[in-house]
Ligand binder design. Structure first.
Ligand code: BTN
Length: 241
């Protein structure tokens, strides 16, 4: 696979987009730091030099735009598996938060480029807080975000974790392309989910509702149940415990 290592960049997701037209699927961009690291929902992502893993993968699957969330689940499964292989017992908070001891230590940002009916390419960004210290987490997020080092009280080798995650992603993604199903990834996501079986608040554009999280379906959506046993799937918005 082609891997581009950078010392610095605005955002590895943006670098993938600049290279997308002339690059093949599978291109990986890793940077030592990001000057404008992006999180979901317009948030920023702490990206201090040498502290975390900041990487993005270019994907060109032949899928419909509505299938893009599946890629996020494949990535979440790969990150959690890669972390486990590195001795870290991480969990997933659907759809894209990787949690260690109740704090977020990694996140996934899936961006789609294309027209309404056709996916041209997908930029899959993965950020893992590895050796970040408390100075990397400002007060407002210190109770929600952390790093592997802060939680496990030891330093980790970023290179090993990055390659474990990439290897797992490659396997799970090819499995998805071959079978046309993300069932293997979903099994991993379900087995490591912190939401399943719990009462969750589903917050959408306008409303907020309390539901029990009961499943993650084959489309990568969270299935929730109300008090009468009526089920529906949630595909966007924010979920909190
Ligand atoms: C989130 O949980 O909000 C998603 C965080 C994604 C961060 C990664 S770091 C590498 C890539 N480049 C970015 O600017 N963002 C993603």
């Amino acid at each position: 696979r082609e891997i581009v290592y950078l010392d610095t960049v605005d955002s590895t997701n943006e670098e993938i987009k600049r290279r997308a037209d002339r690059s093949r699927e599978g291109l990986v961009v890793i940077s030592e730091e990001q000057s404008v690291g992006k999180g979901r929902l317009g948030r920023n992502w702490t990206s201090r030099k040498g502290a975390g893993i900041y990487m993005s993968i270019l994907l060109k699957p032949d899928i419909y735009p509505q299938d893009a969330p599946k890629i996020t689940q494949v990535a979440a499964a790969a990150v959690v598996k890669g972390l486990k292989e590195s001795g870290v017992d991480a969990k997933i908070k659907w759809p894209n938060d990787i949690i260690l001891k109740e704090k977020k230590v990694a996140g996934i940002l899936t961006e789609m480029t294309g027209e309404l009916m056709r996916v041209e390419y997908i930029t899959l960004g993965i950020g893992i807080n590895v050796n970040n210290g408390i100075e990397d987490f400002p007060e407002e997020i210190a109770n929600k975000a952390s790093s592997l080092k802060l939680e496990e009280k030891k330093e980790f080798e970023r290179k090993k974790i990055a390659s474990a995650v990439l290897n797992n992603f490659e396997k799970l993604y090819s499995d998805f392309l071959e079978r046309g199903s993300i069932s293997v990834s979903i099994e991993i996501c379900k087995a490591n989910s912190i939401l399943l079986g719990k009462e969750v608040r589903v917050i959408s554009r306008k409303s907020e509702m309390l539901r029990k999280a009961v499943d993650i379906n084959e489309d990568g959506e969270l299935v929730v149940e109300d008090g009468d046993g009526n089920r529906e799937s949630v595909f966007s918005g924010e979920v909190s415990i």
